[in-house]
Write a protein of this length. Structure first.
Length: 497
């Protein structure tokens, strides 16, 4: 159950209900009357923590869905996208992972959507209150998400929400408004127009003060009504930061379920890496439905493998061997693209052509089968995600890992120049180096994907499609393969017509 022993401002944690598998909160479905909804407003300042139970599956799934949206916000900022461009991206991402419909929307479970939004926010608070960097990045991303929702909210719903906030502002008196308009007019500022003004302490609107969009008098800023959103956003971010700091102080005393600790740790690591953290699971990643064979791997590697896997493939072909970490990383990736166990054994036996059949059977065959869940504990291991690869340790003589994280700048630029023909002095190479310096390794990888597919019509900023950034090696492969397959089918259709 969501509850807090230390303070009401601290986000609570999941506990499994006693004597039952799950506990569902009764919800009103498809009711557009805000008075009948548990969450009467679409927007939320998240002042009150959740007070009911969720399952461990909901806890993790909801958090990851929200993290996908926040990661996209950070990715857009790192790529210097405008807010209008971000709004286009968020419109798609929020519909897919975090829908939040207005009261007027038909066929929407408003309470369920708002419950997920409410709970997922507080779950991520637990994960991101643990360091100053995490807190600041979380506040920035959440504020941008709130701004997007505020600007796209229904006018009447927005007014009702703002009215319920009881923010510390006052509407300026007629005399104060006259003085404010006079000051604006004197400065030839176009904000000296008719309309109401709000009187707030100047520290509440530092962005408007810096832009000289307010009239200052006696420590107060007079804000035009059309700039009301700046006051709301500043209030949102400051309250959220305060709440995160309180949560951080009380976190050691909270009764966290031991099952949640690795989940929270994984979420925070994923956010620092700029990636959503979800695992990539697919029965087969050969998008045309055919079986992947050992004989196909070389062609697939040249055309579709991500840099981390292509590097391992190149070294394997050159040295006829890979150390354990490299074998694990590549073998699970091949499993993920749909290479059956029989073909995997053929692939590795042919690759290790300098050793005898007996040595291969004794030293390597078992490990290949173990990755496929056919030996030992018979665990069905999944392909390694970008987060796992980026945060893993790589020894000085080992070849696995992420090239953008684990290669030196010199080795990385030489590698990209030789393998992907990226000019050493090009703007693209400069962007990739900057991404590496700022630890945005997934954006560097995305830039390579865009370059690799520019002949197929992909432009800078397109990502894997609709601005999506690389978050998993197998997703890189799938997007590449599907793009080529789509173009082949399109050309065949045109030819037959």
């Amino acid at each position: 159950m969501f509850a807090s022993k230390a303070a009401s401002a601290i986000p609570p944690v999941y506990q499994r209900p006693a004597n039952r598998k799950t506990h569902e909160v009764p919800l009103t479905t498809h009711d557009t009357n805000p008075l009948k909804l548990r969450y009467p407003h679409r927007l939320n300042f998240y002042n009150k923590p959740p007070d009911s139970e969720v399952t461990i599956e909901e806890f993790e799934t909801w958090a990851i869905d929200r993290l996908k949206v926040l990661a996209e916000i950070e990715n857009s900022a790192s790529r210097n996208k405008s807010f209008d461009e971000l709004k286009t991206t968020l419109n798609l991402k929020c519909k897919e992972f975090l829908p939040l419909n207005a009261h007027t929307a038909n066929h929407a479970n408003h309470d369920q959507e708002r419950k997920k939004d409410h709970y997922s926010h507080f779950i991520l608070r637990l994960a991101f209150c643990r360091s100053e960097e995490l807190r600041n990045r979380f506040v920035n991303a959440e504020t941008q998400l709130f701004r997007y929702r505020l600007e796209t909210d229904d006018t009447a719903e927005r007014a009702a929400f703002v009215a319920c906030l009881n923010l510390d502002w006052k509407e300026a008196t007629p005399d104060e408004m006259i003085e404010a308009r006079r000051a604006f007019t004197k400065g030839k500022n176009h904000f000296g127009e008719e309309g109401s003004y709000y009187k707030v302490h100047w520290t509440k609107v530092p962005d408007l003060v810096a832009a000289r969009r307010v009239y200052l008098s006696g420590g107060y800023a007079f804000v035009a009504s059309k700039d009301q959103s700046s006051i709301i956003l500043q209030e949102f971010s400051s309250k959220l930061l305060q709440a995160l700091e309180i949560t951080s102080k009380h976190l050691p005393y909270m009764d966290e379920d031991s099952r949640l600790l690795p989940v929270l740790e994984h979420l925070s690591i994923s956010f620092l890496a700029g990636i959503s953290g979800s695992d990539f699971v697919s029965a087969s990643l050969n998008p045309d439905g055919g079986e992947v064979t050992a004989a196909m791997i070389d062609d697939l590697a040249k055309q579709h493998f991500p840099p981390c896997m292509k590097n391992l493939w190149i070294l394997l072909r050159k040295d006829k061997h890979l150390k354990y970490g490299g074998r694990q990383q590549l073998n699970l990736f091949l499993k993920g693209i749909g290479l059956p166990i029989e073909e995997a054994i053929v692939f590795w036996r042919q690759a290790f052509c300098n050793i005898s059949d007996d040595k291969f059977r004794k030293d390597y065959r078992y490990a290949v089968r173990h990755n496929y869940g056919l030996e030992g504990s018979r665990t069905n291991y999944q392909p390694k995600s970008c987060v796992t690869i980026i945060t893993g340790s790589v020894g000085p003589l080992e070849s696995h890992g992420c090239p953008f994280k684990h290669f030196s700048q010199v080795n990385l630029t030489q590698h990209l120049n030789q393998i992907y023909q990226i000019d050493l002095k090009s703007d693209l190479m400069k962007d990739i180096i900057e991404f590496k310096k700022n630890e945005h390794y997934h954006l560097a990888c995305t830039a390579v994907w865009e370059h690799q597919h520019k002949a197929l019509g992909v432009k800078k900023g397109d990502g894997l499609g609709q601005g999506e950034s690389v978050s998993h090696p197998n997703r890189y492969y799938e997007a590449s393969y599907k793009l080529k397959l789509h173009l082949i089918r399109f050309s065949q259709l045109n030819f037959t017509n």
